[in-house]
Write a protein of this length. Structure first.
Length: 260
């Protein structure tokens, strides 16, 4: 039995889902999305979805793309744009009447193998006197403390994050000293620490940081995500609900464990 999904769904930093098409099978993709919506209707029902055809060797024709859009709408989500700005994708987006959002493919590019850097040119050996001078160790670079510099501080939220509110910590960690209510969303490029109850959504590593983690004192999250990989509450064992937990990413899988 084939357990590999035809479409990989990731959650973006503003809660928009990015669907990367891996197998161009309209019926199968529609069924997968119907199952996602059925499992978490409050999260995925009428959710904005961006389609990424960058994982395919060949772009779909207009008729197939339109059939996929219709299938996803029937499944309960709203396709709003195409991802990645190749010439072919740009043309398809115009034919479909959808905008093109190139930014969303960056996380996939970072996650996959990057091309090896070009070899550095071989330099001529330095003169003997220069070699002797080079043997003298250079003075160490001044530390951040010595120069008065400091790493960017994390963002702290002391009040409750209420339903409909969204909090984003850019290029740093986020600490919430209160509750994240149902329907609220907290996002950080780094890790997220919640000292109250987490009932809404928490998205860490929003720019693709796979080492980011989520910690909370009382876990009832609608959704948690690390670098776009997500898990909804229905997929979490009952034994972890209401507990203090940590969430991390391991081999592209969300892991959740109780804190001792």
């Amino acid at each position: 039995m084939d357990f590999e999904q035809a479409g990989e769904l990731k959650i973006g930093q503003v809660g928009i889902a990015n669907l990367r098409i891996r197998t161009l099978d309209v019926d199968r993709l529609t069924r997968e999305m119907q199952e996602r919506v059925a499992r978490a209707p409050k999260l995925f029902g009428r959710a904005a979805v961006i389609l990424d055809f960058g994982g395919l060797s060949k772009m779909p024709d207009v008729a197939t793309a339109k059939a996929l859009l219709d299938g996803l709408r029937k499944a309960g989500v709203l396709p709003v744009a195409l991802a990645y700005g190749t010439t072919e994708t740009d043309l398809l987006s115009q034919q479909l009447g959808l905008p093109l959002l190139a930014k969303f493919r960056a996380q996939y590019e970072r996650a996959e193998a990057e091309p090896a850097p070009a070899p550095l040119p071989v330099a001529e050996p330095p003169p003997r006197r220069a070699r002797a001078a080079a043997a003298v160790p250079a003075a160490p670079a001044p530390s951040a403390e010595a120069t008065g510099g400091a790493p960017k501080p994390g963002r702290m939220q002391t009040a409750n994050v209420r339903s409909g509110q969204q909090l984003y910590a850019e290029n740093c960690d986020l600490t919430v000293m209160a509750t994240v209510g149902a329907g609220a969303e907290v996002i950080a490029d780094g890790s997220i620490h919640i000292y109250g109850t987490l009932r809404g959504r928490a998205l860490a590593g929003a720019q693709g940081n796979t080492t980011a983690r989520i910690f909370c004192r009382e876990f009832h999250a609608e959704l948690v995500a690390i670098a776009g990989h997500y898990k909804v509450l229905d997929d979490v064992p009952d034994s972890l609900r209401g507990k203090a937990v940590q969430v991390w990413l391991e081999q592209d899988q969300i892991k959740i464990a109780a804190l001792d």
